[in-house]
Design a protein. Structure first.
Length: 437
């Protein structure tokens, strides 16, 4: 496997592929023609590996799937401020290996992304690296402290694509209502970490019988559902656009499903751990499985799958949260929350396809066109004239996830040791191959 930084190529034909574009429900045997940084043609005319395609360089995809580059709308990069945990470069390399060509970075950096200079720094640094495209979130409140609103209008003008207080909930209903009202006037999207802080305070895993047996303080499911219910009402009252991050409970899905039926402008995502793991993964006080929100019970896990299947859950995001070894090799209650997920996003999402919960096309919508549409990114679809951002993967290729082999600077994967099916073989960004397996 290799990371590449080739200069933009002339004309390249990617042929003999299963071309899937979830945005247009395209699923054909064919290929894609690129001219420099742009897609110039898509169709069945590129089906033959040995065909003649003019002066184009030919890349034989050998029947693998060619899909839009994945769009990950929830990533903690750690730069600026905590480069020992992760950097724009390490996140970009991890993303490329996972087929992620566009990602949105949370604002909980040091300094916080509540200032135009930080927004511009992140965007400029990512462009210079030439890896996955990075779009920054702006903060809803100054310093992520939950009291005074950040200058969302100015941050949007500087390049912030949406607004969130990251791993912190906007706890004050008054502040959240004010932010939603302001955001509505400029058609900005707010993203909420749905967890009532006073109910979650001091907890480190899902509240219930297992937490009691392990002697660990729990975080009840109601900590999430109370916040979801409150903010749905605020969104309904103000007409603002609201997105809930990493939903983990059955009741939250029910509330969001009913809100959508009433026409409330609300969307949500979940992360792979919440449909592929449950609280038993904590096992022998395994800190790699200490996540925020915590892994829930089996009934909640099954409800998350149903929520993805029926479209209540719009997006699957990696919730990539790198933590250094010193932060994880602590007693469970003291260890940091979070797991890396850029490189495992595709493979774990494909479990929904392999387990026959969804078609491949439906499965891929959750990690391509759906997040791109919600955040408003020029990504997540294959079309003539669009940037040549795509990934080529083998949905059936088996591998064992080994945290030590991940490109991410931090190795705290909740899926360490898990057998996976589906591997990214090549990632192309702006016509350049940036990763090849």
């Amino acid at each position: 496997m290799s990371m590449k930084h080739d200069k933009p190529l002339g004309r390249v034909a990617y042929v003999n592929a299963r071309v899937i574009d979830p945005a247009s429900n395209l699923d054909i045997h064919g290929g894609v023609l690129c001219e420099g940084e742009t897609i110039t043609d898509i169709g069945p005319g590129y089906a033959k590996a040995g065909g003649h395609y003019g002066e184009a360089e030919v890349v034989d995809c050998k029947g693998a799937c060619l899909v839009p580059g994945l769009v990950d709308m929830r990533v903690q990069i750690r730069e600026p401020g905590e480069e020992h945990k992760g950097t724009l470069k390490s996140a970009g390399e991890a993303a490329a290996q996972g087929g992620v060509t566009s990602l949105v970075s949370l604002p909980n950096t040091t300094p916080v992304t509540d200032d135009m200079s930080v927004v511009e720094f992140v965007a400029r640094r990512a462009r210079l690296l030439g890896l996955s495209k990075v779009y920054p979130y702006g903060a809803i409140t100054k310093g992520l402290k939950g009291s005074d609103m950040a200058e969302m209008g100015m941050l949007a003008e500087s390049g912030a694509v949406a607004f969130t207080d990251g791993i912190h909930a906007v706890a004050s209903a008054k502040v959240m209502r004010k932010a939603l009202t302001y955001a509505r006037n400029y058609d900005l999207l707010l993203v909420q970490h749905a967890e009532e802080p006073s109910l979650a305070e001091g907890g480190c895993m899902n509240a219930g019988d297992l937490a009691i047996r392990m002697g660990l303080p729990g975080i009840p499911t109601v900590a999430e559902t109370i916040m979801v219910a409150r903010d749905v009402r605020l969104a309904e009252d103000t007409g603002g656009r609201l997105h809930f991050a990493h939903i983990s409970t059955a009741e939250s899905i029910d509330i969001i499903r009913r809100a959508k039926e009433r026409g409330v402008r609300v969307t949500c995502d979940t992360a792979p751990p919440y449909f592929s793991l449950n609280e038993l993964a904590v096992g022998d006080y395994r800190t790699f499985a200490k996540l925020s929100p915590p892994l829930r019970g089996e009934e909640d896990r099954q409800a998350i799958i149903e929520g993805i299947k029926d479209g209540t859950i719009d997006v699957i995001a990696s919730d990539h949260a790198p933590e250094d070894e010193d932060s994880k090799r602590l007693p469970f209650a003291q260890a940091a929350f979070g797991g890396v997920g850029l490189e495992t996003l595709l493979a774990i999402t494909l479990e929904l396809y392999h387990n026959k919960h969804m078609s491949l096309l439906e499965c891929l919508k959750t990690v391509t066109c759906n997040p791109a549409k919600i955040v408003g990114l020029p990504a997540g679809r294959l079309e003539k004239g669009a940037a040549a951002d795509f990934c080529i993967f083998d949905p059936d290729r088996g591998w064992k996830i080994d945290a030590d082999q991940l490109a991410s600077k931090s190795k705290n994967s909740p899926f360490d040791g898990r057998l996976a099916q589906g591997r990214c073989l090549r990632t192309v960004i702006d016509g350049r191959t940036v990763f090849e397996f």
